[in-house]
Design a binder for this molecule. Structure first.
Ligand code: NCD
Length: 324
């Protein structure tokens, strides 16, 4: 990606108009409250026999995915459909990206269809911000490298609020490969916005400094209401770098088993889960797990994000889902 080398979120100049959802840091507590409330209304609409709303009829939502995805891609597509928007999913594999087309040219090509929203997942940090600068569409960051994944954080908050009836004061232990995780970076910021507390738990090599309090002792999860388990992001680990001695040893020391949880704790995982590595299958399939609730929340939260971006005027959108 020759044209993407400079990226690094904060270094880039502010977008001329604030009308994208690129990072959690751009959201205020009020924005989060409004988006969760909207998602709650959409959840009610999804209990009806006819689940489709006419709200975004005639609008075009483009999903552009340069990395694998099951949940994020499918839920954005379904969210757009449930709001009656047209939707199209572009996956880089099998496209002209294989023939060397740059992100800029691909974005310009797709922008010729005049999309209202581009949902982008890309392995480079800052890719969504970059595309926001070359298209007239609103851009939603569906994951840029290890940087941000704001809609995942919103759906996680929605799921926690459904499970506990509140967010303020909740203790969330994020366990595992935090250093390569855009999910963790977004979630820590989102939890702070709603007055919940994050703690990072895992081996030193997998925990970044300065993000949240850390513990290198798994017993620290005892105080947590939610144990949020992360996948080992092997695709982001440099070849030859030893973040953990072996996956087996990681599992033995840090894997989340029923024995390591206390009664009443809930377990979350953004997926995809590697059963038997970071999470024991008995936990994944237990009543404590909120993993399928997270997927269900993903649909209504993404409906809320699309709705918010496309139905609020420029000024309100600016405060709603802006980018710094
Ligand atoms: C995550 C991602 O892609 O960042 N998955 C997701 O969006 N549900 C986490 C992961 O890949 O481990």
């Amino acid at each position: 990606m020759a044209d993407l080398r400079v990226i690094g979120g904060d270094l880039l100049p502010p977008a001329a108009e604030r009308r994208h959802l690129l990072a959690v840091s751009d959201l205020t507590a009020d924005d989060v409250a409004r988006l969760l409330a909207t998602a709650g209304s959409f959840a009610l609409s999804q209990e009806r026999e006819n689940k489709k709303l006419p709200t975004l009829r005639g609008r075009l939502v483009l999903n552009v995915f340069y990395e694998s995805s099951t949940r994020t891609c499918s839920s954005f597509e379904l969210a757009a459909k449930r709001l009656s928007a047209d939707t199209m999913t572009f996956k880089s594999a099998g496209s002209s990206v294989d023939k060397g087309e740059s992100l800029k040219d691909t974005a310009s090509t797709l922008s010729a269809y005049d999309p209202d929203v581009i949902v982008l997942r890309h392995p480079e940090v800052g890719a969504a911000q970059y595309v926001a600068g070359v298209t007239d569409a609103r851009v939603v960051n569906a994951g840029d490298g290890k940087h941000q994944h704001p809609t995942q954080a919103l759906l996680d908050l929605f799921t926690m609020r459904e499970a506990f009836g509140r967010l303020e004061g909740l203790n969330v232990a994020i366990v595992g490969d935090v250093v390569h995780s855009r999910v963790a970076r977004s979630l820590v910021q989102a939890l702070a916005l709603v007055g919940a507390h994050a703690m990072l738990v895992g081996p030193p090599a997998l925990l970044p400094e300065g993000l949240a309090p850390v513990s290198h002792d798994l017993s620290a999860i005892a105080d947590a209401d939610v144990v949020y388990v992360l996948r080992m992001q092997q695709e982001r680990m440099l070849a030859g770098a030893n973040f953990v001695p072996t996956l087996r040893e990681y599992t033995a020391r840090w894997g989340i088993t029923p024995e390591r949880l206390r009664t009443g704790q809930r377990v979350m995982h953004p997926g995809p889960m590697n059963r038997g590595v970071e999470i024991d299958a008995r936990v994944a399939d237990s009543e404590a797990a909120l993993v399928t609730d997270q997927v269900r929340s993903g649909l209504v939260v993404r409906m809320a994000v699309l709705y918010d971006l496309l139905t609020t005027g420029p000024v309100a959108v600016e405060s709603a889902v802006g980018v710094a």
